[in-house]
Design a binder for this molecule. Structure first.
Ligand SMILES: [Zn+2]
Length: 324
């Protein structure tokens, strides 16, 4: 009986071992391992996917943030349209066409058969084919304006000063002097606002309202100092022009004036700029120089070389009044 019991035990052990071996052979035990690997793989894929989704979500969130930011800027800009400048251009010698060539010499040769200024019309040269040039000086007054005025007086040259409406208040005596010495006081709009930038977000109606408001403010600032002045010339910041600008200018009684020669001379060496101006001389040329801060020093240097040269070529400096 005892031996029979041992035999049964051995058979059971044998069956157990055999069963284990059979199961192992058919990979039954590996299945769970495979599943785990598969699961891990799926998890990894899933994790990657989740990561990608998160990245996409983040990207989407960033996009939304950026869109909101743009919207915020847009709203702020629209809100500010009537109130204050949203842009300030520090380098205003840029030609409106933005091309390198015309940056130096504007190619506008609109038919100037009429030898009188037409209100609202845009000029980049004088309404004459005579050997005359016109001097215009933007963005002043500044600390060098008096020296510029002394120099112009010594040659009896009359210019148009398109001052900065923000800074005229700081130099009331200089503004008065400009006027009293026979120069024209032009409007350069208010705080040098860039309508090129504004038009990216604002409607034409908003831009029109802004320009009207800017022109009013500028007229007020200038007339606070010179109540008797009649402003007759408009130079938009960066030479911005659209037909609606011309219409508004006409209503205000302004001649719209850009220039023939200016260029990105703020970055160029003095000698190169002077050479450029000399080579750009032609009948009716409108010269643009910049005053304000230390720019006036450079304007003075250019004038001291350019004026004698222009005169030596039998040209004269036109008085802007002579075309009214
Ligand atoms: Zn300017």
């Amino acid at each position: 009986m005892k031996r029979k019991g041992y035999f049964k035990l051995i058979v059971l052990i044998f069956l157990f071992v055999t069963t284990v071996l059979i199961l192992a052979t058919f990979g039954i035990f590996r299945l769970p391992k495979g599943e785990v690997v598969g699961s891990k793989s799926q998890l990894e894929q899933s994790a990657t996917k989740t990561s990608a989704q998160i990245t996409a979500k983040e990207s989407s969130a960033q996009k939304t943030e950026s869109q909101e930011s743009s919207l915020g800027v847009l709203l702020e800009q629209v809100e500010n349209v009537e109130n204050k400048c949203i842009t300030k251009m520090e380098t205003s010698g840029i030609s409106p066409s933005n091309s390198t060539e015309t940056n130096n010499i504007a190619s506008n040769t609109k038919s100037n058969s009429n030898t009188k200024w037409e209100l609202g019309k845009l000029y980049t040269s004088l309404p004459t084919k005579e050997l005359k040039v016109l001097l215009t000086i933007d963005d002043g007054p500044g600390i060098y304006t008096d020296e510029i005025l002394d120099f112009l007086k010594s040659y009896n040259i009359k210019a148009i000063f398109f001052g900065s409406s923000d800074t005229v208040k700081k130099y009331p005596e200089t503004l008065k002097r400009q006027y009293e010495e026979g120069h024209e006081i032009g409007t350069h709009t208010y705080c040098h606002r860039s309508f090129y930038k504004l038009q990216k977000t604002a409607s034409i109606d908003e831009m029109k309202r802004t320009l009207l408001s800017d022109l009013d403010k500028t007229e007020r600032n200038i007339k606070d100092i010179l109540p008797e002045v009649k402003i007759r010339f408009l130079r938009m910041s960066e030479g911005y022009y659209r037909d609606w600008v011309g219409e508004i200018a006409k209503k205000y009684g302004y001649v719209n004036m850009n220039w023939s020669a200016a260029g990105g001379w703020l970055e160029e060496p003095d000698e190169k700029v002077i050479k450029m101006f000399k080579s750009a001389i032609r009948p009716g040329m409108i010269i643009l120089l910049h005053d304000g801060r230390n720019r006036g020093k450079r304007a003075l240097k250019i004038l001291k070389e350019l004026v004698p040269y222009v005169l030596s070529k039998r040209y004269t400096f036109a008085d802007p009044k002579e075309f009214f």
